[in-house]
Design a protein around this ligand. Structure first.
Ligand SMILES: Nc1ncnc2c1ncn2[C@@H]1O[C@H](COP(=O)(O)OP(=O)(O)OP(=O)(O)O)[C@@H](O)[C@H]1O
Ligand SMILES: [Mg+2]
Length: 263
């Protein structure tokens, strides 16, 4: 098992942001967390990463129960994270190569001396993700799409067992988005690759490798299970409270809003 959440609730400033979340991810499964703005997706990821401690409940990640004590550094290295908040924390003066390299230490900035092996690994990740051409450029000079690829490289640097992508296609144009999704697909297909949790509010980003989906609504699990059952006309119409249709093309869904009939 990769992670298990039992009755996880999170309260902040007098508001329940997560309510009684029960969720289990097994090895070999890749999951999508799908929900509207403010559903609690990022809050849920913050709990998984131990950036936030749940107010109630029990959480086990990669065989370790936590939630009360700070996450051991050894465990943090096993979780690769790509998120907007991480982007804001990075040192803009670092170049793409240094940012990828810092992933070996799960640190912001390079404080420890990387080994030759780490340097080689960072270079090969930059190549694989198509970032090699701008490896020496300062992070702040990179476009949004280029930055996201560098962040994925950073997240993969320590060979994580769990890779968490929080809206990685934010701000990307169509081509950049599809290129990034191709990289995600490649990682998802690796036999010994990490379990991936992909957070989005765009159904069309759900790749065929993501066979499981958790629908999050107003801090609660609306439903969780097989993607084709979750991303269906019936379930999503209930979820949105709106008559929606799902069209599948090459294993990827496309949402349409059916015309409201005026009686
Ligand atoms: N510290 C806090 N105090 C009060 N409310 C908070 C706090 N942190 C988050 N929230 C609220 O909790 C809800 C869930 O936030 P969260 O960032 O997890 O949403 P999300 O599903 O990631 O949304 P988006 O798709 O917009 O990124 C939001 O209504 C947010 O305003
Ligand atoms: Mg969010």
């Amino acid at each position: 098992m990769v992670l298990e959440l039992v009755n996880i609730s999170l309260r902040r400033n007098g508001k329940w942001i997560l309510k009684e979340i029960n969720w289990k991810v097994n090895k070999g499964e890749h999951w999508v967390i799908f929900g509207l703005n403010g559903a609690g997706k990022t809050a849920l990821l913050n709990v998984l990463n131990a950036y936030e401690y749940p107010t109630k409940g029990k959480i086990t990640v990669l065989g370790k129960e936590f939630g009360k004590a700070p996450l051991a550094e050894s465990l943090r290295k096993k979780i690769g994270l790509v998120s907007q908040s991480l982007q804001q924390k990075l040192h803009n003066g670092d170049n793409a190569f240094e940012i990828v390299l810092s992933g070996a230490f799960a640190s912001i900035g390079l404080y420890e001396s990387p080994t030759d092996e780490m340097r080689e690994k960072a270079i090969s990740l930059l190549r694989e993700l198509g970032c090699y051409d701008y490896a020496n450029r300062n992070y702040e000079t990179l476009s949004q799409g280029e930055r996201q690829r560098v962040l994925i490289g950073r997240a993969l640097m320590a060979d994580p067992e769990l890779l968490i992508l929080d809206e990685p296609t934010n701000g990307l144009d169509f081509l950049a988005r599809e290129m990034l999704l191709e990289s995600v697909e490649k990682i998802a297909k690796e036999t010994n690759g990490p379990t991936i949790i992909y957070v989005t509010h765009h159904a069309e980003e759900i790749l065929p490798e993501f066979q499981h989906t958790l629908l999050l609504k107003q801090g609660e699990v609306f439903a969780a299970g097989k993607t084709d059952e979750m991303i269906s006309d019936h379930t999503l119409s209930d979820f949105f409270g709106l008559d929606v249709g799902v069209i599948w093309k090459d294993g990827r869904p496309l949402l349409t809003k059916n015309k409201l009939t005026v009686k």
